[in-house]
Design a protein around this ligand. Structure first.
Ligand code: D41
Length: 676
């Protein structure tokens, strides 16, 4: 049945609407309608086209869905070969200088001639692709292949939302657009987060994500991959005279509706190319996608033609690469590090490899699950990635390079340092040594933390020294530090008299501290610097803190059940209380204050009685708020009572308060101290 005029009109309208939403989404990054509404329009168009195939146009957005899986990709001969690009990895400015000098020489320019004009752009790290538009319609997409012949990946490329199926404006008879398909870092992270939750295979990095997605045979799979595209050049052109410069050419492609990266400049001379290289290097990590360098091109297309190319590389362009961010190396071993709170952290020992400008030999592996998820085996060839200043990361293993002799890692059942049982909580990712301060590793970490700058600030007590002190059983607890004498220190390796004296002076000076530092220095799990400060302010004295039960602790702002229970556990340990007493006996001191709760706060000095069922809070919660604001909560009404907070079904307490003339503070009720 042929479509009615009405149906024809509706299909055209839907196409226009969907195209508009695509633009809003991909170009302006500002979606106008929710995804569900978009899907509804899309399905309506799909249904119309299915019922009336004659309505289906070459540029219909439904074509992005792709067809059935292919058995193989067909070869495509490029009308104009896809050249490759000469690559320099020189650091600093030499890449730009050498390129400029070469181009000037080849053009016969002398020193008196003015600087050449260049277009400088980013080198996107993805998959090179050629898009062929005929009369504005996308008819074919092909990979670069060997530059002469690539693979027909049209079905897959149609699923890339930011690639127009039809060009905007007055389109040439033929326009081949060259560019890079890539994956944004946030899309990569989000894709992997979802794949992880679904127990599916993760993408190794954004580049593999992009290249692998295009070069696989089922378009339905490609469609689920969040891919993007940037144009950076042209191939065959027919029926159009391109503008005279590369920069204007990219502007023209942008006007046709093709994505062109905005991070590009027109530069004059080598120095300004080098400046672009430096500036992009500085901002590289803040870009939303990976790049592996910058590209310099002679801006004038006429000069490009004069320069020509040698062995498939244009003389008028060069890629100036940055040091690799990823490298392959061997995973020699997985060792276990014991942290201050006993966490057993697996660490990768790697064959030294130069990546992102530094030599990497170690990388954290976070925890057991992470190793399993990445299927890392000892002896594997692994991909190491260094992003910015962050700690190097093992991205994954190259399974194809396995010989069969690789070993699967197992978390040890015992702490490698003290031999105590290693335990992993039911819903925890971390395995911990159960040895506590019996474990030398935990003791060392506890001492280093105690002495650290934001805790007791004992300068000169570094890890080498702590190793010796603990290994020789000179120091077991932080309190032992205050018993150290010159003789004990002088007996240690490489301890000069002068540094021993300095250390003792630093230890002595650390005795005068603050309650907040002291609490932080104890190294209670989940009690960081911020919490220590809050606790010190709230309780004012160590004894009040030691006396507080978990309910009282939770009256401190931001102290929840987890922190309160860590603290309760810590203080319930007689050993810990003993060390605290020894520290005080050794002369560690601070200025004690009043519990802040009793001196300041809006409710300072006021006595409250809570009764009945309160509308939104439990009586305990309400009491906590009152105490946090400086008030007191009492269980029974007396003459000292300032307020009674009465919820529903308040009984005898409210009656008694009314007899005594205490203010009744119900929801919406009058408030005011007794007698006012
Ligand atoms: O961003 C890129 N990866 C990029 C690649 C770029 N910005 N410009 C490029 N320009 C060219 C020429 C000069 C040949 C038009 C390229 C490439 N080629 C290229 N990429 C892979 C092979 C060739």
């Amino acid at each position: 049945m042929t479509a009615t005029a009405e149906q024809q009109g509706r299909a055209a309208q839907l196409r226009a609407q969907i195209e508009q939403h695509n633009r809003a989404y991909y170009e302006l990054d500002a979606p106008i309608i929710p995804d569900a509404e978009y899907d509804r329009l899309f399905r309506e168009l799909q249904a119309l086209e299915q019922a009336h195939p004659e309505l289906l146009t070459a540029d219909s957005p439904t074509r992005r869905v792709g067809g059935a899986p292919l058995a193989q990709f067909d070869p495509v001969r490029h009308a104009v070969p896809m050249l490759s690009i000469r690559t320099e990895t020189d650091t600093e400015d030499s890449g730009a200088l050498a390129f400029d000098a070469r181009v000037r020489r080849e053009l016969g320019l002398g020193e008196a001639d003015p600087p050449l004009e260049y277009a400088a752009e980013l080198k996107f790290d993805g998959l090179a692709i050629s898009l062929r538009y005929e009369n504005g319609m996308l008819v074919r997409a092909a990979t670069r292949g060997d530059g002469e012949t690539g693979e027909d990946v049209t079905q897959n490329v149609r699923t890339v939302g930011s690639i127009p199926l039809r060009l905007r404006g007055d389109a040439p008879a033929v326009l081949e657009v060259r560019g890079e398909i890539y994956m944004r870092r946030d899309d990569f992270e989000a894709f992997n987060a979802r794949a992880l939750a679904a127990g599916e295979k993760l993408l190794v990095n954004p580049r593999n994500g992009a290249a692998g997605s295009i070069r696989q045979l089922d378009p339905a799979v490609t469609r689920k991959r969040p891919l993007s595209f940037f144009a950076y050049g042209v191939g065959e052109i027919d029926g159009w005279t391109p503008p005279p410069t590369h920069s204007a050419l990219l502007d023209a492609l942008l006007a046709f509706g093709l994505p062109v990266c905005a991070e590009r400049v027109v530069a004059h001379g080598a120095d300004s190319l080098a400046a672009f290289h430096r500036e992009v290097a500085r901002r590289r990590m803040t870009l939303p996608f990976d790049i592996d360098g910058v590209v310099y091109k002679v801006n004038s297309l006429a000069l490009q033609a004069r320069l020509g190319f040698v062995s498939r590389e244009p003389r008028w362009a060069v890629a100036h690469k940055y040091p690799a961010q990823e490298a392959l190396t061997e995973l020699l071993d997985i060792e276990i590090q014991v942290g201050r709170t006993g966490a057993l952290t697996p660490v990768a020992r790697l064959a030294p490899v130069f990546v992102g400008g530094v030599t990497v030999t170690n990388a954290t592996l976070h925890n057991e699950d992470e190793i399993r998820r990445k299927d890392l085996r000892i002896g594997d060839t692994v991909i190491v990635r260094r992003a910015g200043d962050v700690i190097p990361e093992v991205v994954g293993a190259v399974a194809e390079r396995r010989s069969g002799s690789e070993r699967v890692f197992a978390m040890p059942e015992k702490c490698p340092v003290c031999g105590s049982h290693a335990v992993r909580g039911a819903d925890e990712a971390v395995t911990r040594c159960s040895g506590g301060l019996f474990c030398a590793a935990q003791r060392k970490q506890a001492l280093l933390h105690f002495a650290s700058r934001r805790a007791m600030d004992i300068e000169g007590l570094g890890d080498k020294l702590v190793d010796q002190l603990v290994d020789n059983a000179v120091v077991g607890t932080p309190a032992d530090l205050y018993k150290l004498g010159v003789a004990a220190l002088a007996a240690l390796d490489r301890m000069a008299e002068k540094s021993a004296a300095n250390l003792l002076a630093a230890i002595e000076a650390s005795k005068q501290t603050t309650l907040a530092r002291f609490i932080f220095a104890l190294g209670i799990r989940n009690v960081g610097e911020r919490t220590a400060k809050d606790l010190a302010r709230h309780f004012g004295s160590l004894d009040r803190l030691l006396a507080a039960d978990p309910a009282r602790l939770q009256q401190v702002p931001d102290v929840g059940p987890v922190v309160a229970s860590s603290m309760a556990q810590f203080f319930a340990e007689p050993h810990n209380r003993e060390v605290i007493e020894q520290l005080r006996a050794a002369g560690v001191r601070w200025e004690e204050g009043e519990a802040q709760a009793s001196v300041s706060g809006r409710l300072a000095g006021k006595v409250f009685v809570l009764t009945g069922t309160l509308p939104t809070l439990s009586r305990e919660q309400a009491g906590g708020l009152i105490e946090a604001a400086g008030g007191k909560v009492s269980g029974s009404v007396s003459k000292k009572t300032d307020f009674v907070v009465a919820g529903s079904e308040a009984g005898s307490k409210l009656e008694k308060a009314q007899q005594l003339g205490v203010s009744d503070h119900r929801r919406g009720g009058a408030a005011g101290p007794a007698g006012e």
